[in-house]
Design a binder for this molecule. Sequence first.
Ligand SMILES: *Cc1c(COP(=O)(O)O)cnc(C)c1O
Length: 502
Amino acid sequence: MKSVARSELFRELPSVDELIRTPAVCSLAASHGPAAVTDATRAVLARLREELASELLDGPALRLALDGLGNAIEAHLRQALAHSLRPVINATGVILHTNLGRAPLAETALAHIRETAGRFSNLEFDIDAGTRGKRDTHVNRLFRSLLSDATTAADVGTAASAVPPEPALSERSEPKGRSPAEVPGAVSTIVVNNNAAAVLLALNTLAEGGEVIVSRGELVEIGGSFRIPDVMAKSGATLREVGTTNRTRVADYEKAITERTRLLLRVHRSNFEITGFTEQASTAELVTLARQRGLPLMEDLGSGALVDLQNFGISGETSVLDSLRAGVDVVTYSGDKLLGGPQAGLISGRADLVDRMRANSLFRALRVDKLTYAALEATLLAYVKRDHDAIPALRMMRLTKEEIGKRAESLAAQVRSSKFNVEVTDGESLIGGGAAPSSVLPTRLLALSCASLSADELSARLRVSDPSIITRVEQGRVLLDLRTVFADQDPMIAAALARIAS
Ligand SMILES: *Cc1c(COP(=O)(O)O)cnc(C)c1O
């Protein structure tokens, strides 16, 4: 009896064809296209059929659902056709937040992506010669200018004129006593997918089948499961750990060198510091040892800065140029950390070593696409022009506490209400991205508490608002740091809080 009634209910379901001819559904096709509307209609009907089959719906509930079919199809369309990857407002004060996409790109980088990637480009085409070209030409010239003491920004012309002719292999001199940065045209840079890939390619090229000496104090794991020992194993090189977690002397490296040693490696302690009874071999000591023993010295900087961050109020962070000047042969670093560009892994250093990496078949597997080259080239040009404010991550670092405080006060005045208790207080912003782990920037925070919502609830409401606003919760208050909020997003925060208050 019951099953008869159930099959009757199934008969009340309209067909897809019938439904898409109703005016309500028909009108959706104008904005979403007929194919997507048909798919959505099918999906919504299938869901109803399932609910009937599992007896979740009775007659009255089904009729109610049928009345709302137009709305259900529209809701399904909205969800199915919405982007999953979407912008959020970063009010955490962590500038390089891996969960939030690390460095935002410069406007000029976005424009360069648009102009080169939406059409055809000379990615691998030498326009002057009319022959096949190399994709790394586009950025190598800029890196060379930024990372070499011998060439200055003024020397950077077009790709053709700026790149010095490659010397024949036989003429290529191994820079023995001098650092790569001191030899004109000696610094080469290649680009791979991220810094993890850069470390993998460099280790595989320089040390496969041999040993790499690294300090126990530098066997780091950083977020996203990048562990130096694991990468080393994949590269085919064997790790020779020396020293102890807190103390490693240059003599420890020296004792570990054998005929199997291929490389000395130093790894930046990205997200932690060892304090107290500590000792670390200095870069100068390692350079001297590497030169004496004819071994290359590599440094995984992680967050490689292209400018002296001292000018930005950040101390203790060596730049890529500092390392090369000190005589490190190869430096690996990320494109989307302190550099402020797209996700990429950069390998800069002695041309002969970088050439070997370029010739490694792994390089082909790890290479990056035209979007990355376009964004990177435009970002590097901003450095060449010393236009650091064009790079959002650097601009955010340079914002003063006073500038941020002014915006926070203005926002506070807008959102202060019977519902919100608002205060502007001193606080600290973080660089993030594994840079300068202990270095913070003084800031002013907007501290909110709400009569009817807990801090966690308020933070969640902000997170699910449109656009999503990501905040910190501390001691029962929601904290917003406008250092990492683009100024044109301030009104969006005010609007979201007004909606929550209403
Ligand atoms: C961030 C970091 C990496 C990984 O870089 P990705 O670009 O995220 O792959 C490797 N080593 C160090 C020291 C880092 O800080």
